[in-house]
Design a protein around this ligand. Structure first.
Ligand SMILES: Cc1cc2ncn([C@H]3O[C@H](COP(=O)(O)O)[C@@H](O)[C@H]3O)c2cc1C
Ligand SMILES: O=C(O)c1cccnc1
Length: 347
């Protein structure tokens, strides 16, 4: 990628042909609503009309610890992060059940977990950048070199998944405290104060929410002018796992592979990817609307309407996986519904 580059969009000719096919289906005009729009988008991303069924769908969960989690911003202790990585490996997490139900392949990556994670398969740690990331209200999350390393790690993961045959990539997160840096990333991109982007994450009470808000604002104030640059923003106020997620999304968009986003962390990283590579977001759809205010603000800025609105606030990629059947349905209608012209041949 070169400075000033713009991402190549999904195929406009395929989009036009898919829209024409949609309009010709044996359904009333517009009756398929957003299912029709999703089908057209998927056809454009595949440059195929009708689009191919989505058989190979892959979720990457980027895991890491956040120094800020030791400063009272979450309802849960940091030790949960490592425990959940082991739970993904065991296939027993919330997203594991959803993925099994929907035929989605899951991979977890320790990009910045504080624990050594002894006994966890080596491939989980193949792209580890560091143990924990800086407490962003007091210090930078990463060094500039670590930011570059994390972006490259995420890109490498996307290349591996695409090489293995992924037709659709999903992005997920695990890291206690990560709604704090994700809110800061959205504030940086949109020029908003902490008060507008800070949410309750795992469910903090009013007192903790007020403290979390001041931590986010401290991080923004500390980073200052560097927030004008998306890569400097990653160094100052994100984390190794979030920077890796940005790299994963950039690589997918540049490779022409569509991505289904999840909640706040996934969408904050998508917004940052769009800042780095304008046009990247044309390759992204959003599985759901999370309860976090910053996720909705970021989706609005990206012009993406989420597929589901179930009040989910789990993360892990769960809201993306839950939306997979809707995307598969969008493809099925474009593939399998008769054309009105077949039923009613012109006399
Ligand atoms: C058991 C458990 C499993 C989770 N899976 C995802 N998250 C989610 O909650 C965390 C973010 O919220 P906060 O910023 O408030 O800490 C992230 O780890 C996110 O993935 C979890 C949280 C917990 C406690
Ligand atoms: O938006 C999310 O994905 C989210 C919200 C709260 C906690 N964990 C994840």
């Amino acid at each position: 990628m070169i400075d000033g580059a713009v991402c190549t969009p999904p195929d406009p000719a395929a989009a036009a042909a898919a829209a024409e096919r949609l309009a010709g289906l044996a359904t009333p005009a517009g009756a398929l609503g957003r299912l029709g729009d999703l089908g057209v988008w998927l056809a454009a991303t595949q440059a195929a009309v009708p689009p191919e069924p989505l058989i190979d769908i892959r979720l990457a969960i980027f895991a890491g610890d956040h120094g800020v989690a030791q400063h009272g911003v979450s309802a849960y202790p940091p030790a949960i992060t490592a425990a959940m990585v082991r739970t993904f490996v065991a296939g027993r997490a919330g997203v594991s059940a959803l993925a099994a139900a929907n035929g989605v392949h899951v991979r977890v990556l320790d990009i910045g977990v504080d624990d050594e994670l002894e006994g966890v398969p080596a491939e989980v740690q193949a792209w580890k950048v560091r143990r924990g990331s800086g407490a962003i209200h007091l210090e930078d999350a990463l060094t500039p070199g670590e930011t570059a390393q994390a972006l490259d790690a995420g890109r490498a993961v996307a290349r591996e998944e695409i090489g293995a045959g992924a037709q659709l990539l999903l992005s997920g997160d695990m890291g206690i405290g990560n709604t704090t840096p994700a809110a800061a990333m959205v504030a940086a991109a949109l020029g908003l104060p902490a008060a507008e982007v800070t949410g309750r994450g795992t469910g903090v009470d009013d007192a903790v929410l007020a403290h979390k808000l001041s931590v986010v604002q401290q991080a923004l104030d500390r980073a200052g002018d560097r927030l004008a640059d998306p890569v400097d923003t990653l160094t100052a106020v994100s984390s190794a796992d979030l920077a890796a997620t940005v790299g994963y999304l950039l690589e997918a968009a540049e490779s022409g592979v569509p991505v289904l986003l999840d909640g706040l962390m996934s969408v904050a990283c998508a917004l940052t990817a769009e800042r780095i590579l304008p046009g990247a977001a044309a390759w992204f759809a959003a599985g759901h609307r999370s309860t976090e205010p910053a996720q909705s603000l970021a989706l609005d800025k990206l012009g993406i309407e989420p597929v589901l609105d179930l009040g989910l606030r789990l993360g892990e990629g769960s809201g993306a996986v839950a939306a997979v059947p809707v995307l598969r349905s969008a493809i099925a209608v474009l593939r399998d519904v008769a054309l009105l012209s077949e039923l009613m041949p012109p006399s």
